[in-house]
Design a protein around this ligand. Structure first.
Ligand SMILES: Cc1cc2nc3c(=O)[nH]c(=O)nc-3n(C[C@H](O)[C@H](O)[C@H](O)COP(=O)(O)OP(=O)(O)OC[C@H]3O[C@@H](n4cnc5c(N)ncnc54)[C@H](O)[C@@H]3O)c2cc1C
Length: 410
């Protein structure tokens, strides 16, 4: 739906879910790097918009927005160095099949491939897997247009790099990124039902390349994406699903990637949702997510189950994943192997807001960090070195917006 909105000057520009109306006065679609640089240099306030899948106003601008979806396509694979240089607005749906055709893969993907690489990386987007860090951790280089229109290239190893990858668009407009590649691989996906509350969390989550639990804090199902053995017949006392399943109970599974153990390429199994169908509840939803140190998983699950009667009335489904630690300052999994508690809410902000606060209260003892692209109310701590980086790269606040000003207290 939002694609129509992007193209029409007459209607309000919203995010994908339609719960946030952008306040920016103009949206530009530059068609060359030179045009992008001139636009940025001339703008008093400007910010990049990716594919618009965030649920809050992190991508909004009090001035202008640039969307790089009409820039020349860029997917440059360097097989010898196992890396790809990719245009910022490229979606994983567009990138992944090209990598696969050349025998390469990304180590992990999010639940949907429809999102842009730059937007995903800027918010610390992640999938699951005890050995898999966030998608941002695959970045080895960034090409950045800064406020005066000049280009800065940052490579892994540069002092500013760990602050510049997950940067919420606050340092400039990323025009291209270089990502690590791994050899292409196959996966099989299985859904198991009736996961008992006392199933050993660490064992369950380590029983596949990527494992997700979908729960309403009463009934729990597991999505197991494995490169090795299928789950045994009585895997943790569960039963195999007798057909394909959608993560939201009762929704038809046509939009989901192939399950039932049929082998397939990494990019058609790692996401839960197919590239050619609307993901999740097709935008009839709100989302929140918090990441905690993984060792708190069992205790946090117990507390959330205890609050289940108050959570369920506004919950479509919750997803529990694991994310390996990275070293990116603003990444929600910075410096700690994490468990991520995701919530797909009903699309009723008034009813959902008090429950978001309740979940924040329940998780508070576990030092939660919110997903930057989803809904939260408690302001997370931001390291001073990131504030210093923003001051240095963007001294006049060209890329600032309400979200970053509130966050950085500027
Ligand atoms: C149905 C659904 C499922 C989801 N599943 C997952 C999931 O599995 N895992 C997960 O972690 N998250 C998930 N998300 C959240 C999503 O990954 C994030 O919101 C992500 O930021 C979306 O990317 P985007 O391109 O839409 O970014 P946008 O929302 O457009 O922008 C996000 C941020 O990136 C910045 N940005 C965008 N492009 C650039 C650029 N070129 N240069 C500089 N900054 C830029 C923006 O300014 C903004 O600050 C899901 C969201 C939806 C709607």
């Amino acid at each position: 739906m939002h694609e129509v909105l992007w193209q029409s000057g007459a209607v309000t520009l919203t995010n994908w879910a339609g719960n946030t109306a952008f306040t920016a006065s103009r949206i530009h679609h530059p068609t060359s790097l030179d045009e992008l640089r001139s636009l940025v240099a001339a703008a008093r306030r400007v910010r990049a918009l990716g594919s618009g899948h965030s649920f809050n106003d992190v991508a909004d601008s009090p001035g202008e927005l640039v969307r790089l979806d009409r820039m020349p396509p860029l997917i440059e694979i360097d097989g010898a160095a196992a890396r790809v240089r990719v245009g910022a607005a490229t979606t994983y749906a567009r990138l992944a099949p090209e990598l696969h055709a050349r025998g390469f893969a990304l180590a992990n993907l999010a639940s949907l491939p429809h999102i842009s690489v730059a937007g995903s990386v800027a918010t610390g987007t992640h999938g699951s897997g005890v050995g898999n860090p966030s998608l941002s951790a695959a970045v080895r280089g960034l090409e950045l247009v800064t406020a005066d229109g000049s280009m800065v290239t940052l490579e892994r190893g540069h002092d500013d790099f760990p602050g510049a990858v997950v940067a919420l668009g606050a340092l400039g407009v990323v025009s291209a990124l270089t990502l690590d590649l791994v050899p292409a691989f196959e996966l099989r996906q299985y859904v198991r039902e009736g996961v008992p509350d006392d199933a050993p969390f660490d064992e369950v989550m380590a029983d596949g390349y990527s494992v997700s639990l979908f729960t309403d804090y009463r009934d729990t199902r597991a999505w197991i994406k494995t490169r090795g053995e299928p789950p045994g017949d009585d895997w943790h006392g569960t039963r195999p699903a007798d057909g394909p399943r959608h993560p939201v109970p009762g929704m038809p599974a046509e939009s989901c990637t192939v399950q039932l153990g049929v082998p397939g390429p990494w990019h058609e199994r790692l996401p839960h949702f197919r590239a050619d169908a609307p993901p999740s509840s097709a935008g009839d939803e709100l989302q929140s997510e918090w990441l905690l140190e993984r060792s708190h998983a069992a205790a946090a699950l117990r507390e959330l189950r205890a609050a289940g009667d108050r959570i369920r009335p506004v919950l479509q489904i919750s997803e529990v994943r694991t994310v390996a630690a990275d070293d990116l300052w603003l990444s929600p999994s910075y410096g700690r192997d994490s468990v991520a508690f995701h919530f797909t809410w009903v699309k009723n902000p008034e009813a959902v807001l008090p429950v978001i606060k309740l979940v924040e209260d329940v998780l508070a003892p576990f030092d939660p960090r919110p997903h930057w692209g989803k809904l939260f109310t408690r302001r997370p701590a931001v390291p001073d070195r990131f504030r210093e980086l923003v001051r240095r790269y963007d001294p006049d606040g060209t890329f600032g917006n309400t979200f970053t000003r509130t966050l950085l207290d500027t």
